[in-house]
Design a protein around this ligand. Structure first.
Ligand SMILES: [Zn+2]
Length: 382
C-alpha cells in the first residue's frame, strides 16, 4: 500500500491481496463513502457499487465479478482514491488519526478481518511524528519516506501523527512513555503519569499478575476531547488526550490490555464491561468519591438496558448493556462470591485465555458452584 500526503489530500494506492473464502461471484469491502476519485481494478472485476449488508451499519462496497471466484483462489485488487484530511480528519488541529473507525483503508467483509500489510508513506510533513502499532516495524529514510511493515495480522492499518510531538518520561527509568505535544506542560504529564502508573501497578499486582504490563505507551492526541470524544487501546498503548486526565478514563483504557481478546462484535461485554469493572477496582482504591458517583450513574443507566448476553456491538440500545450493565453485574457477582474469588476469576480469565461467556461461566462454576453459575447466567439474561 502506498500513501502520499499532499497538503491536506491523502492519495492512496492499495494493492489488496485476497484469498477467496467461500466461492462467490461477489466480494464486500468496507470503505468510507466520502473518499474521492475511487477506482478499483482487478481481473474479472465487472463493477462495484455501494451496497448495504445485513446487521452491519458500515459503508459497504459490493464488487461484482464476471465469474465465480473459487475458494482458495488468490486475487489482486487495486484500489486508488483520495481522502481530504480536512473534511475527513483532524489535520486542522495538527493531529492525524487514521484507524479502524475511519474506514479509510479497504477492508474485506467485516471490521474484525485480520491482515498483514506493508505501507509506504511519502509527504508526511517533517514536523509530524508518526505513531503506529507497537509491534510494527517502522523505517524512515533520509528523504522522510516511511515504510511500515506489519507482519502479525491485525484489524487495521494504523496511522497516527501529530505536529511537534515529543517523548516524555517521568524519570529515565520509567517504563511508561508519553508521546505528547511539546506544548503539553510537564505538570499535566506528571499528573497523568501518576494515574497511569498507579493504575498499572494496582492491576499488575492483582488480577494481572500472570501477565503484567511492563512497557507502556500513552499517546496524547494533539486535539481535544471535544473533537474526538473517545479513547482507544491497542495492546500496551492507549490513545487518549490531556483532557481525559482522570483515574476513571485512564484505568478503563489501560485495563483493555487484559480484556481485548473476546469477539468484540458478538460479545462486546466480555471486553468493555471487564474494562469498566477493572476501572471500578482502581477507583475504589484511588478515587472513591468518583467511584460512588460513576457506580450510581451506571446503576441507573443499566436499569432499562437490554440483557447483556444478547447485546452485540450493533443490536438496539446495546451500549448501555455491554458497556455499563455488564460491569454492574460483575460488581454484583463480586458481592455474591467475595472480592478474593472475583479476583481469582479474573486471573483465570487471563491465564486460561477465557474469551467467551460460556467458558467464563464454566470457570465460575469450578470456582464456586452450579448455583452461582446459574444465578450469574440468569443475571446476564435478564
Ligand atoms: Zn473500552
Amino acid at each position: 500500500m502506498d500513501i502520499r500526503f499532499d497538503e491536506n489530500i491523502l492519495k492512496m494506492e492499495a494493492l489488496y491481496h485476497h484469498k477467496i473464502g467461500d466461492s462467490s461471484d461477489s466480494l464486500f469491502f468496507i470503505l468510507n463513502p466520502d473518499v474521492d476519485s475511487l477506482k478499483i481494478q482487478g481481473v474479472n472485476l465487472n463493477n462495484f457499487l455501494i451496497h448495504e449488508k445485513q446487521n452491519r451499519p458500515f459503508p459497504y462496497l459490493k464488487l461484482n465479478f464476471n465469474r465465480v471466484l473459487i475458494k482458495g483462489e488468490i486475487i489482486d485488487l487495486h484500489f486508488s482514491y483520495q481522502i481530504d484530511l480536512v473534511k475527513q480528519n483532524h489535520l486542522n488541529s495538527d493531529w492525524i488519526e487514521l484507524n479502524l473507525d475511519k474506514f479509510w483503508f479497504p477492508n474485506h467483509n467485516d471490521i474484525d478481518n485480520k491482515f498483514t500489510y506493508e505501507l509506504n508513506i511519502a509527504g508526511l510533513p517533517s514536523d509530524f511524528t508518526l505513531i503506529s502499532h507497537i509491534d510494527a516495524d517502522i523505517k524512515i529514510d533520509n528523504s522522510n519516506k516511511i515504510l511500515i511493515q506489519k507482519r502479525s495480522p491485525d484489524i487495521e492499518v494504523l496511522i497516527l501523527a501529530g505536529k511537534d510531538m515529543r517523548n516524555w518520561k517521568a524519570d529515565s527509568s520509567s517504563q511508561i512513555t508519553f508521546i505528547a505535544s511539546k506544548h503539553t506542560p510537564d505538570s499535566l504529564l506528571h499528573s497523568m503519569h501518576e494515574k497511569v502508573f498507579q493504575s498499572i501497578k494496582f492491576m499488575n499486582e492483582s488480577f494481572g499478575k500472570s501477565n503484567p504490563i511492563k512497557e507502556f505507551k500513552v499517546v496524547l492526541r494533539n486535539t481535544t476531547k471535544k473533537e474526538i470524544g473517545f479513547q482507544f487501546a491497542r495492546k500496551n498503548m492507549i490513545i487518549t488526550a490531556s483532557d481525559f486526565n482522570s483515574y476513571g478514563n485512564l484505568s478503563h483504557e489501560i485495563a483493555h490490555f487484559w480484556w481485548f481478546d473476546a469477539d468484540f462484535i458478538k460479545e462486546p461485554w466480555m471486553n468493555e464491561s471487564f474494562a469498566n469493572y477493572s476501572m471500578f477496582l482502581v477507583l475504589e482504591q484511588y478515587d472513591p468519591s468518583t467511584f460512588t458517583e460513576i457506580f450510581n450513574k451506571y446503576k441507573e443507566l443499566s436499569f432499562d438496558a437490554p440483557a447483556v448476553d444478547q447485546a452485540t456491538l450493533f443490536s438496539d440500545d446495546a451500549y448501555n448493556s455491554y458497556y455499563i450493565k455488564g460491569s454492574i453485574l460483575l460488581k454484583r457477582l463480586e458481592l455474591i462470591i467475595g472480592k478474593s474469588k472475583m479476583n481469582e476469576l479474573l486471573e483465570l480469565r487471563i491465564t486460561k485465555r477465557i474469551n467467551n461467556t460460556e467458558k467464563l461461566l464454566n470457570e465460575l462454576e469450578i470456582l464456586t458452584d452450579l448455583t452461582t453459575r446459574n444465578l450469574f447466567k440468569r443475571m446476564l439474561l435478564e
